[in-house]
Design a protein around this ligand. Sequence first.
Ligand SMILES: [Ca+2]
Ligand SMILES: [Ca+2]
Ligand SMILES: [Ca+2]
Ligand SMILES: [Ca+2]
Length: 446
Amino acid sequence: MAFFNGYRPQQILGLTAASGSTADFAYGELGVASYAYELGTEFFQNCNFFESNILEQNIASMFYAAKVARTPYQTPSGPDITDIGLPTNAVLPGNQTINLSLQADGTRFSTVTDSTSPLENPRQVGGVNVYFNALPWADAATTTATADDGAFDSTQESASASFNISGVGPGRYTIFTEAVGSDSQTGAVSASFLHVLDPALAGTVSGQVLVAGSQTGVPDALVSAGGFQATTDGQGQFTLPLPAGSHDIMATTAEAATPAMNITVTAGQTQNLNLEIPGRCDVFMDDMEGGTNGWTTTGNWALTTEQANSPTNSWHDSPGGNYPDNSNTSLISPVIDLSQGSQARLYFNHICDTEDGFDFGIVEVSTNGSSWSEVYRCDNQMAWEEQRIDVPALDGAATAQFRFRLSTDVTQTDNGWFIDDVRLNISGAQCQPDDLDIILQDGFEL
Ligand SMILES: [Ca+2]
Ligand SMILES: [Ca+2]
Ligand SMILES: [Ca+2]
Ligand SMILES: [Ca+2]
């Protein structure tokens, strides 16, 4: 569970003695394995901060806790299935093969209880099993996957499995899959739906996902309508059977999304649909090597060569020493026009060398230069790291700004906050297809 949120796993006594808690009751009276997540940075957390930071950091861990609840002391040491690839989760009935591509990962298990040390004790993946519409422990028929590189002999493996659905009638089915360690310990069960549609009541949408304004197909894009979805192939092509009727269809990549509204699907017919994905572009970018570049500051913020992510400069709140107590100083971005921008996202690299739990680096955004909303905070982070923060509050803002504010308490100081390689990245009409900086998805650049 700690793999997902980076929190430190420990007995509750390691933090504070708390007898009579719900953990005591659940374990003592009911024998239920019991955990508490100590969430957040304050007892009364700001709701926006909770939703944009704490929830995002923890939801995957909580899903995992639910997935291993049946055998919580055993299952987590087995390898996990990290991806179930299905070309489409909706098909028409018939004698056909369903192909799955699966990723298994044994590196998430660790006995390290110190959140800053590397994980250790990875588990070797010994196999991957697939079960059609039955849980593994329900005497289900097993389909054994094969390792894509020929052998299950390492801690991370790609595997493929296929099974035939001849004779399977219309309905919604569940494909369960689990990885097995080389020590025979099975990991958490993961699942995906397979919809077998009634051919008398279903049609098909088929087409291509393209980079806007081009003929370039987008591979591995998700095309979805409600719970029905297909993934594009290497040329951006997809085929998605859907129930007859009107559908809002969405094409999504890691970086952008585009809808096609009110598409009518007619039973027994195939309809062509191409979807154009808008590009993304940087509207602001600074590696701190070209002077102040429109930034303004309060307090002692200055360009420094003490530390840098890109050689040789970064911004720093307190050059030449530690920050003072009771600091409240900011590095403020220039005003940026995002009136035609959407899905705004802020990237920056930083060292946040502050007193753990008491002094904070805080990122805030504003659309008017006077009221600011917190979107991120850090403390006690001693090495350079890149942060990516979705900042939807800036979408469409004609006068968008963000700032890095150092806030410290009454005692104990540290070196402070270093900021480098900042960029503000958006989607939407502001990014024209002929823009040289369009980035469609990681590793795919025009
Ligand atoms: Ca292998
Ligand atoms: Ca730099
Ligand atoms: Ca302090
Ligand atoms: Ca300093």
